[in-house]
Ligand binder design. Structure first.
Ligand code: NAD
Length: 257
């Protein structure tokens, strides 16, 4: 598979899953646009590193995905957007009757509304190019719920609904729109939580990972950012041209329970 000549915009991609997806798309030959809301030298160095490693064009564009105008400006500044990956996301955990309204608004804005704005801005560019792929990063929480995650679960279910709607609106065009639903993924943030969990539960690493962190993941293994990236790259391949409006779970069996 080659994605040479395609440009991929990946929101929230200066760490974790977004960076893993950008890496796999670059490995497949796509030019990539990295994004987050910061503008640190390290952000631009990440893009330079991908360009050097994979021989593609890569750049970093600062845009805050909590702001509608910046979501749309990201796409126009990118200039091309053959592949759009909506990945930016945040989490907050609290009971619904104690959930801060500002946290609710921020999660809905970053995890759901940003995808509406970037898709709206990117579809005309995909139509002009005669090809397009939208990959939305939802979650196992786009298909199931957990207590204390009302905003996150609502936003991720909303992403699945948006995915289906955009797929139907583009069904007769060479454009697809799908969602990836990861279970627990081993990102640097998750890795950093393991020592605290070990201390809190008085367990060794393997036990705390199996019994606490991966309690709902039947495989008892984290998914990796490379596996999520590989799934995104597959959704951009010719083999996936008739896959649209669906969800692909990468969750070690979580949603089979
Ligand atoms: P992460 O915190 O490492 O990455 C989140 C990314 O979003 C970062 O690059 C961050 O800078 C960016 N971001 C946050 N707020 C932003 C804003 N206002 N504007 C632009 N960018 C912003 O976390 P991650 O685990 O890699 O999560 C990535 C996506 O995967 C999220 O949508 C998350 O909900 C989803 N997800 C993660 C897991 C998991 O286990 N890690 C599981 C299922 C789904």
């Amino acid at each position: 598979m080659t994605l040479a000549g395609k440009t991929a915009v990946v929101t929230g991609s200066n760490s974790g899953i977004g960076l893993g997806i950008a890496r796999e798309l670059a490995r497949a030959g796509a030019d990539v646009v990295l994004n987050s809301f910061t503008d640190a030298p390290g952000d631009h160095e990440l893009a330079a590193g991908l360009a050097q490693e994979f021989g593609v064009n890569a750049r970093y564009i600062k845009a805050d995905m909590s702001k509608a105008g910046e979501c749309r400006a990201l796409i126009s500044e990118a200039g091309r957007c053959d592949i759009l990956v909506n990945n930016a996301g945040i989490q907050h955990v609290a009971p619904v009757d104690g959930f801060a309204a500002e946290k609710w608004d921020a999660i809905i804005a970053i995890n759901l509304s940003s995808a509406f704005h970037t898709i709206a801005a990117a579809l005309p560019l995909m139509r002009a190019a005669g090809w397009g792929r939208v990959v939305n990063v939802s979650s196992a929480h786009g298909l199931t719920a957990s207590p204390y995650k009302s905003a996150y679960v609502s936003a991720k279910h909303g992403v699945v609904g948006l995915t289906k709607t955009v797929a139907l609106e583009t069904a007769e065009e060479p454009i697809t729109c799908n969602a990836i639903c990861p279970g627990y993924v081993l990102t640097p943030l998750v890795e950093a939580q393991i020592p605290d969990q070990m201390a809190a539960h008085g367990m060794d690493r393997d036990t705390v990972v199996r019994e606490v962190m991966l309690q709902r993941q039947p495989s008892k293994e984290f998914a990796t950012v490379g596996q999520i990236g590989g799934t995104a790259a597959f959704l951009c391949s010719d083999a996936a041209a008739q896959i649209t409006g669906t969800t692909i779970s990468v969750d070690g069996g979580w949603t089979a329970l």
